[in-house]
Design a binder for this molecule. Structure first.
Ligand SMILES: Cc1ncc(COP(=O)(O)O)c(C=O)c1O
Length: 367
């Protein structure tokens, strides 16, 4: 079976991980923690980076940071079609209501053009679906007083206005899960340019310890990344250019192979942004859910794993109370398919997936 994703683990990641194990510094202290942090800061040009144990914790820290910095904020404007952890993270500690915005059919992101105002008691959560970047600096020009935070878990290495996604808002979260462009198995980070927030988040991540060891001054969590996770990350951080080039080739080849297919639409990028190229996906114009399911099954029978586009928020049982416009989010869920797109994918594998999709489309009338 061709998997939807396969992590790229260079020899250096394995070497560093062994070194971390040999050193016996296997918890959240050790040389690789600082090394990974400094490498990330340099790559992403973020003033502050807090490493954590997964992207969900990183995104929960956005909610905690928001409460700390702007305690009067009670509502978050959220997209209607994102990975569930983006919403969950703002519900863990309570205190926030949601205003739901439907998706945009061309970008597959939140249709932020539909947002008329962002009142004082409201923040905006930006999520870059599949790595398609929302232009946060442009949003900040439109809403200069608004507080914006970013779940950039799928947007790492994308950019807006020439700066890395995740660094142009109050805080940005990222994930290093096994299916992300760089991975530590589980892992994540928060970016911020605000010193006060950094100090707060850094402390919250480690049980809320004050400057005196074992004296705590706030409700904290154990969201720390381990030295072994950081070691795995370091090997990849040294090879980011290579990893990204490999993914770019996969994306470019898919586009070249599928561009001329009548039914197929790609995610459209916003002006001034560069796609992070996390996961390649296509939309099939005119498809209904049974047709998309049939294609998914056909590809599965041909040993190709795919993934559906995210479901609207009220489709999740615990989130069903959050109602909002969802016509486009639904349409995307019924028409989009995420395709295998990992760094070590060969040319032959991309050609085979593209060929099978075309085979299905050519013969679907006779099925
Ligand atoms: C948009 C988004 N937010 C949050 C997360 C959570 O990250 P993790 O799986 O590392 O907890 C993900 C994970 O894939 C994600 O795609």
């Amino acid at each position: 079976m061709l998997p939807i994703y396969k992590p790229y683990l260079p020899a250096s990641s394995l070497r560093y991980a062994h070194d971390a194990l040999d050193s016996t510094w296997i918890s959240s202290q050790g040389v690789y923690i600082d090394k990974a942090k400094e490498q990330l800061k340099e790559l992403i040009k973020s003033r502050y980076v807090v490493l954590v144990n997964n992207g969900t914790c990183a995104t929960h820290m956005l909610a905690l940071g928001l409460k700390f910095k702007y305690p009067h904020i009670r509502k978050i404007i959220v997209p209607n079609n994102v990975y569930v952890a983006a919403w969950n993270s703002f519900l863990y500690s309570g205190g926030f209501d949601f205003e739901i915005v439907d998706a945009d059919l061309s970008t597959w992101n939140m249709d932020h053009g539909a947002i008329r105002e962002i009142p004082d008691d409201t923040a905006l959560l930006v999520v870059h679906n599949l790595g398609n970047i929302i232009n946060v600096p442009a949003l900040r020009k439109r809403f200069p007083k608004a507080v914006i935070v970013e779940d950039a878990c799928e947007g790492l290495f994308g950019s807006y206005d020439g700066i890395p996604a995740g660094t142009g808002s109050l805080m940005g979260s990222i994930s290093f899960f096994g299916n992300k462009t760089i991975t530590s198995g589980e892992g994540g980070a928060v970016f911020t340019q605000d010193e006060e927030l950094f100090e707060y988040l850094n402390s919250v991540r480690g049980q809320g310890q004050s400057s005196v060891r074992y004296v705590h001054d706030k409700l904290g969590y154990n969201y720390r990344m381990t030295n072994v996770q950081a070691a795995i990350l370091c090997g990849q951080l040294e090879l980011v250019a290579d990893i990204r080039n490999r993914k770019r080739e996969v994306f470019d080849l898919y586009r070249e192979q599928l561009r001329e297919v009548d039914e197929i639409r790609f995610q459209q990028e916003e002006p001034g942004t560069e796609h992070a190229q996390w996961m390649f996906a296509v939309r099939f114009e005119g498809f209904d859910l049974p047709t998309k399911n049939a294609l998914e099954l056909f590809l599965f029978e041909n040993n190709i794993e795919t993934r559906p586009m995210f479901y609207p928020i009220d489709r999740h049982v615990h989130l069903s109370r959050f109602k909002g416009a969802h016509a486009v989010a639904n349409q995307l869920n019924h028409q989009c398919l995420l395709l295998p797109s990992f760094p070590e994918m060969t040319r032959g594998q991309v050609l085979n997936v593209s060929r099978k999709i075309k085979d299905f489309l050519r013969t679907r009338g006779s099925r």
